[in-house]
Write a protein that binds this ligand. Structure first.
Ligand code: SAM
Length: 330
């Protein structure tokens, strides 16, 4: 079937949407949430019906891939019902979830039953005390149980997102890498980005992808590049005989904007065509006005047309984007 591609002004097609289903979270990661930040109430965030209407419009424009995120998506009730209904939309070929894993042990079975087949779990440390320092909660064991449940039920791949921060968790790079020799996990080391104008980000805290790969290859022999089987911006590597993969996501030191195919929708219904740009377009207004799908599509086209060629933030950034990550959706 012919699908009209959603093209931006720089010859890139958009086929992937990340939807934040809530700005609430059951963790308080010091780098991801501001100490005080505004949370929307239920009536201010998009309902599941509104999300489904929006996704149908996006499919008509050529989007075939959806990731659900937050805040913490699993704190929103009945997420499995949204996933099941997304799965029923003709034209959606891929649904994934980014979660902190705290509630995953409990919800893995209903999520699988709803048709979810892959998850990304965020975990910055393998040390329980450190986990509590970074996240403000003593939930390390719950996350570990969530990862075990995800592997046991068969989600493929199970990716672990690790934001590497100098002096916080950069001494754990080898421990995370070693997990890939035991488990079919994809460990994705993510460069720390200047998100949230009041966040604690500082250029000196960032560890680059090249430094991460050097730290691994200088201690463990045989790290070799591999081709990505599941797509995505990570550069992938494998240790000899390992069932898992090691990836680096170098959004800061070597950005991949020229292949960016994604847009983001915040929980309060704003479309961000670039994670790191504060240029937002209001979809909620059109959805709540019961606008014709063509009117909603028009807002999407306007946002995509305005998508900048590059995010424009650098490793030495003095500018940060305004929203904290928990209110954008990672
Ligand atoms: N609660 C879910 C989770 O923990 O995965 C989804 C939302 S969370 C905002 C998504 C991801 O953004 C997490 O992996 C988090 O570590 C990452 N993140 C937050 N702030 C970041 C920053 N400044 N730079 C890079 N990644 C960041």
């Amino acid at each position: 079937m012919f699908k009209p591609a959603l093209q931006d002004g720089h010859n890139r097609s958009v086929s992937y949407v990340r939807i934040s289903v809530t700005d609430r979270c059951n963790l308080r990661c010091n780098y991801c949430t501001a100490p005080t930040f505004f949370q929307h109430n239920r009536t201010q965030i998009l309902s599941y019906e509104e999300i489904l209407r929006l996704v149908k419009v996006l499919v008509g424009l050529g989007v075939d891939k959806v990731r659900l995120t937050g805040g913490e998506p699993l704190v929103r009730r009945h997420l499995d019902s949204l996933i099941a209904r997304l799965n029923d939309i003709d034209g959606i070929n891929d649904i994934s979830l980014t979660t902190n894993g705290v509630l995953l042990e409990k919800l893995a079975v209903p999520l699988w039953a709803a048709g979810l087949r892959r998850v990304n779990i965020s975990l910055d440390t393998l040390n329980r005390q450190r986990f509590e320092q970074v996240t403000g909660r003593d939930y390390f064991k719950r996350v570990r149980a969530g990862i075990e449940a995800a592997l046991a039920i068969g989600f493929t791949p199970v990716k672990l997102n690790v934001v590497v921060m100098r002096g916080v968790n950069d001494d754990e790079i080898l421990d995370f890498a070693a997990l890939t020799t035991k488990y079919p996990l994809h460990i994705r080391f993510i460069e720390y980005m200047p998100i949230g104008s009041s966040s604690i980000w500082n250029p000196a805290d960032m560890v680059s992808g090249a430094q991460i790969i050097k730290a691994i290859s200088s201690e463990i022999a045989g790290l070799e590049p591999v081709v990505a089987e599941f797509g995505g911006p990570a550069r992938l590597y494998r240790l000899p005989g390992a069932p898992g993969r090691i990836g680096v996501i170098t959004a800061m030191s070597s950005h991949f904007c020229d292949s960016c195919n994604r847009i983001r929708v915040t929980a309060d219904g704003r479309l961000r065509a670039c994670l790191l740009s504060d240029n937002e377009f209001d979809l909620k207004e059109a959805l709540r006005a019961d606008a014709d799908p063509s009117r909603i599509a028009e807002v999407v086209r306007l946002a995509v047309a305005a998508k900048s060629a590059e995010h424009g933030l650098s490793c030495n950034a003095t500018r940060k984007c305004a929203r904290v990550m928990s209110t954008i959706g990672g």
